[in-house]
Design a protein around this ligand. Structure first.
Ligand code: BG6
Length: 279
């Protein structure tokens, strides 16, 4: 890891989690004696102001490319700004709470002309629960799209099944935005980049690791599933050529028509809970 890359290392009897000051990005969730839950690229760049490949980047206040200006950072700016540690508390029951915040600055106002307060709360127990709260502190309404873009570590992508999306419609970005309906479980066998209209949970069944990762969420009407597969992986400087075999992103999001509009003073929380069970 690079020097000058501050992060908080949270550890209790149940699990350990790392949260970078850059982007309040979680880049590790480990449970004692088990393979990591979260994938982090071995070629990730640990540098302030740069997105870190892997972990749980926060995409905010827009998801994907900026709708009008492609020169603005992909997935917004929250993941490349420096956040403040607000609170930290530890219980003897193996639950650790921490929270981080980001508000407008000259840099953010240049990219997005609104005042806001963004708070990420991180609860580490046997499970990892993260809550991203957006408060509109401006005197005008604003709209956001967002995602908690978790990269999950898997034993072998060819042995993975994702349950919970059956019957849900999705926009297929690999097929130019074509709409389709999921039939049964999702198996990843090629480049996958989909936005599901979906409010429920997902179960990531990993037979190699003999475990299931249960992903619950609140405040989210869209679930994004992404795996770049071989060709796209090769094109990314911070992604090993064969890294696609050991990861899949399942993101709790608000995108497309599921945007969040906040009046002055209003707030909204997007929550994601990650639990691991054995098969
Ligand atoms: C996913 C998007 O959420 O993130 C993909 O749906 C995108 O289209 C991927 O390629 C990675 O984005 P980035 O900016 O971290 O390379």
């Amino acid at each position: 890891m690079a020097v000058n890359f501050p992060y908080l290392d949270i550890s209790n009897c149940n699990a350990s989690v790392k949260v970078a000051q850059n982007g309040a990005q979680i880049f590790g969730f480990d449970r004692v004696g088990e393979p990591p839950v979260i994938w982090v690229s071995p070629e990730a760049i640990y540098k302030k102001g740069f997105p870190l490949r892997g972990g749980i980047p926060i995409c905010w206040p827009w998801f994907g490319p900026h709708p009008e200006d492609e020169k603005k950072p992909q997935h917004g700016f929250a993941r490349i700004m420096s956040w403040e540690l607000e609170d930290f508390s530890d219980s003897d029951k193996g639950v650790t709470l921490s929270s981080f915040s980001l508000s407008e600055s000259e840099d953010t106002l240049r990219l997005w002309p609104y005042r806001f307060r963004l708070t990420l709360s991180v609860e580490v127990s046997k499970a990892l629960t993260i809550r991203l709260n957006t408060k509109n502190t401006d005197d005008r309404p604003f709209e956001i799209t967002q995602a908690l873009h978790a990269y999950f570590f898997v034993g072998d992508i060819q042995d993975v099944e994702i349950e919970g999306l059956d019957g849900h419609y999705y926009v297929d970005k690999v097929k130019g935005g074509e709409e389709a309906r999921q039939d049964g479980s999702l198996f990843i066998t090629s480049e996958t980049d989909r936005i599901y209209r979906h409010t429920g949970s997902c179960r990531l069944i990993d037979r190699r690791f003999g475990r299931v990762i249960v992903i619950d969420k609140k405040g989210s009407g869209s679930t994004v599933v992404w795996n770049p597969w071989q060709e796209k992986a090769r094109q990314m400087a911070d992604f090993p050529d064969d890294g696609f075999r050991n990861m899949v992103c399942i993101e709790a999001a608000n995108v497309l028509e599921d945007r969040v509009r906040l009046e002055p003073g209003q707030e909204f929380t997007l929550e994601k809970r990650i639990e691991v069970d054995s098969l």
